[in-house]
Design a protein around this ligand. Structure first.
Ligand SMILES: Cc1cc2nc3c(=O)[nH]c(=O)nc-3n(C[C@H](O)[C@H](O)[C@H](O)COP(=O)(O)O)c2cc1C
Length: 314
C-alpha cells in the first residue's frame, strides 16, 4: 500500500506474522524505465521479507516487460499487476482501475508479463468499473494467459473506498474459473471476519487495518488455519519494543529527517485503543527526531506501567 508498505513496515509484518506474504507499494513501470535508480529503492528489501511480491502499475506492455526483466535480477517471489487503483493521476493515464474498462489491453499486459518471467504473475483488481460483477468476465481472460491468482477488492472503481466491500461477486468469480486462485480483499479487521468471508476463496488480502496493527495478519492467518478465531491483540506496552524497532528500521532505510517524518502517521496508527492514547498520539505525530520518539515512548511506558492501564477505546 502506497506510503505504508515500504521495506521497514514489511519487515515488521513478517516478524509479527511469519506466514504472511507481503507486497511492495505499487511501482510505476514508466518510472522503472525512465528513472530506474530512484524507483528501484521501492523494491529493495531485506531477506526476511521473502516471499516478496512486487506490485507494478502502468499501461505499456513493453514497459512491463522491461520492469519484469529488471526484477528478475533480484530474487523476488512474484509480480503483481495493479488494475484497481482509483487515484485520478493513475486512472487518467489509463493505468490502475482504468484497465478494467479496457480488458483486451489488461490481458495483453498480463500476457506480456507471464511470457517474460518464470515467476508467478498475479493481478489485483476491483469488482468492476461501475457494476460489481464485471470482474467475472475480466478474470477469465487472465486465466487464459497464465496468471496464477487474482486478488479482488470488493468495491467498484465508482465506489472508491466508500461503503462496505461486497464479497459475493468474488465467490462467483471463483466458481467461473478452473485453475486461477482468487484472493478476497476488503474490510478485514479481525480473524473472525476473515473466517466469515473466505467462503470458497483461496486466501485473503488484508490492507489498511494492518496500519499500526501488523499482528492482525497473524490473527487472520491462525484463525483461518484453525477455523476458530485466534485473537492476537498485544497491549500498548507490549507494542512499544516493536514500534521502536519499526522506527529504527525506518531511519536506517530513509535517514533520520525523512524517516521520522514518514513514520509519524504510522506512530499515530499504533497509538490507539487505551486511555491517554489521544494525548500520546498528538505528541508522536509531531516528532522530528528518533531521540524524541524514544523519549516519549519511554515516558509512556513508565506511566502506563505505573497505572497498569487497561485498554479502552479512546
Ligand atoms: C493508503 C492506502 C494505500 C493503498 N495502496 C495500494 C497499492 O499500492 N496497491 C494496491 O493494490 N492497493 C492499494 N490500496 C488498496 C488496498 O490494497 C485494499 O484493496 C483496500 O484498502 C481494501 O482492503 P482493506 O479494507 O483490507 O484495506 C491502498 C489502500 C490504502 C488505504
Amino acid at each position: 500500500m502506497e506510503h505504508y508498505s515500504d521495506s521497514p513496515f514489511r519487515q515488521i509484518v513478517r516478524k509479527a506474522s511469519p506466514e504472511t506474504v507481503v507486497y511492495t507499494e505499487f511501482i510505476s513501470v514508466d518510472g522503472l524505465k525512465y528513472n530506474p535508480k530512484k524507483v528501484s529503492k521501492k523494491y529493495s528489501y531485506d531477506p526476511i521479507e521473502n516471499p516478496l511480491i512486487v506490485q507494478l502499475f502502468g499501461g505499456d506492455p513493453d514497459h512491463f516487460v522491461n520492469a519484469v526483466k529488471m526484477l528478475e535480477e533480484v530474487d523476488i517471489a512474484g509480480i503483481d499487476i495493479n488494475m484497481g487503483c482509483p487515484a485520478h493521476r493513475v486512472v487518467k493515464c489509463q493505468y490502475g482501475a482504468a484497465l478494467i474498462q479496457d480488458a483486451p489491453q489488461a490481458w495483453k499486459i498480463a500476457e506480456a508479463c507471464v511470457k517474460a518471467t518464470d515467476r508467478p504473475v498475479t493481478v489485483k483488481t476491483r469488482l468492476g468499473w461501475a457494476k460489481n460483477d464485471e470482474v467475472i468476465e475480466f478474470s477469465k481472460g487472465f486465466e487464459q494467459v497464465g496468471v496464477k491468482a487474482i486478488a479482488i477488492h470488493g468495491r467498484t472503481y465508482k465506489q472508491g473506498f466508500s461503503g462496505e466491500a461486497d464479497w459475493e461477486p468474488m465467490y462467483k468469480t471463483k466458481e467461473a474459473l478452473s485453475e486461477m486462485k482468487v484472493i478476497g480483499n476488503g474490510d478485514i479487521n479481525c480473524g473472525q471476519f476473515a473466517i466469515d468471508k473466505i467462503g470458497n476463496l483461496d486466501g485473503v488480502m488484508v490492507g489498511h487495518h494492518t496500519f499500526g496493527n501488523p499482528w492482525l495478519l497473524e490473527e487472520v492467518h491462525r484463525s483461518l488455519k484453525t477455523g476458530k478465531e485466534v485473537q492476537i491483540r498485544p497491549s500498548f506496552i507490549e507494542k512499544i519494543p516493536w514500534i521502536l524497532e519499526h522506527c529504527d528500521l525506518q531511519v536506517d532505510y530513509k535517514g533520520e529527517e525523512i524517516g521520522v517524518r514518514e513514520i509519524r502517521k504510522q506512530l499515530g496508527e499504533y497509538t490507539k485503543g487505551f486511555d491517554g492514547a489521544r494525548e500520546l498520539r498528538s505528541r508522536l505525530v509531531r516528532v522530528d527526531t528518533l531521540a524524541q520518539i524514544k523519549e516519549i515512548l519511554q515516558e509512556a511506558q513508565e506511566t502506563l506501567s505505573c497505572l497498569q492501564i487497561e485498554p479502552s477505546d479512546s
